[in-house]
Write a new protein. Sequence first.
Length: 237
Amino acid sequence: MLTKRLLLFIISIVFLSPLFTRCEEEENIVPPKISEGVIHFELSYPYYEDAFMASIMPDEMEMTFKNNIYRNHVSKGGLFSSTVIADCNKETLILILDLGPKRIFCALDKSLANAMLEEYPTPDILKVSEFDSIAGAFCEKKSAIFDYLADGYDVELFETFDVDIKNSNWCNQYNEIEGVLLRYEIKQFGIQARMIATKMDTVAVNDSIFNIPKGYKEVTLERMLFEMDEISKSFSY
């Protein structure tokens, strides 16, 4: 009787062990990263006091990515559109502005991009033992703490490694963050905007979207920043 029970026990171990092994393997499987697609962001202005002016400001942003290059694009009706194309391989940046009859762009190498970033305060990044799902992606929460209120409000950051963009934050003040930010805030020209990803589309991306459109005039960084400041002033009156 004991021999029979022992035999059944051994058979059950042999039979079940592949199942346990398979479960452990499944737990260790890392889902493939999304290599190309479009991430849709909701834009809001949590510290903007004029509700009417906030309502006419851009409320959406599209982030298109492929081959470690991404394009952030915002627009507001036919008033204007603004585009940033960041090549994370070469660490180059292209700023594009469409103001109707005035269409301009500015190309920056790493040194010029770093010079522009020197105008923005760098926060301390703190790890927080919290996780969330944003736009279907697994995210880790971190906090960005500024030394002074004039530098900006403290920010909750949510980064993901589900999107295949390496070094995605080389051109912003959160360059300590290794993953792709799906929730963050940026303060520019006195206006602080909050970006939260709402949807992620895994679609094929045409390489041409990362090209400078025809009909745009190249200008200096100083001229580009002047034009962008003029736009922000128009929302401050």
